[in-house]
Design a protein around this ligand. Sequence first.
Ligand code: NAD
Length: 255
Amino acid sequence: MLDRLRFGGAPVVVTGGGQGIGQACCEVLAELGAHVIIASKTAENVHRTEEMLTAAGAPCEGHVTDVADREQVDALAAAVAGSHGHVKAVINNAGTNFVSKLEDLGEEDWQRILAIDLSSVYYMCRAFLPLLKAAPGTASIVNVASTFGIIGHPGMPVYCAAKGGVLSLTRQLAVDYGREDIRVNAVCPGATLSPRVKGYIDSGLVDGAAVEDMALLGRLADCREIADVIAFLASDAASYVHGTSMVVDGGQTVH
Ligand SMILES: NC(=O)c1ccc[n+]([C@@H]2O[C@H](COP(=O)([O-])OP(=O)(O)OC[C@H]3O[C@@H](n4cnc5c(N)ncnc54)[C@H](O)[C@@H]3O)[C@@H](O)[C@H]2O)c1
């Protein structure tokens, strides 16, 4: 199995690879021998991850890309097509949360969050399908959804709707592309201590103790604990895992 976890230099794209779960994915994939293509919104974050992987001797490249912008996604795919001609996997991780009850949620915020959390997955999959099809052997897509794509949570209508959409799109793409040797899966993380979530807790926006209580393990996940599962799903070690959503939540959703 260890051999099947290895990427042997194959190119893998990680969106939102600039920090948090995405950055942890870049680190794990680099350890497993992938050529990591970091696509994230801010140059500072992209370069930080790039420097981290380069210092560890891992081949990688950074692209400053807003995945909520279709033209930027198409430009990223064109650049990767030019330099690699194919990709082994695409990890659609970029995303963000937004807290507002529906009655206070303006259309601009609704559209903005849907673009980041859901349309980005459509843009990325559409742009990268030709490169996934061109991969030698099986390719895969891993979409990062959330437990809040499965269950409701107070004050998060647009996030829950977007992540539910990601799960549904994952299943649908599995139907269309399994026969083309592209596996499509999703991961549903529970509360994970990324810089964004740490910021919510530190600023008092979110009650850290209440978040810890949601999980039967009594703590938040470390970003690496989510990234390990994502890397497994992207690898050939998961060769018969297709169309599923893997919940990685410390037991949040079973009680
Ligand atoms: N942290 C959690 O508790 C948690 C739980 C469930 C699901 N998730 C999901 O995991 C993913 C990563 O979350 P995180 O907590 O690590 O977030 P984070 O905010 O710490 O990091 C997200 C990264 O994505 C980048 N990004 C944001 N919007 C982008 C865009 N439009 N284009 C390109 N890059 C963009 C950011 O610059 C940042 O580098 C998200 O999809 C999130 O919804 C997180």
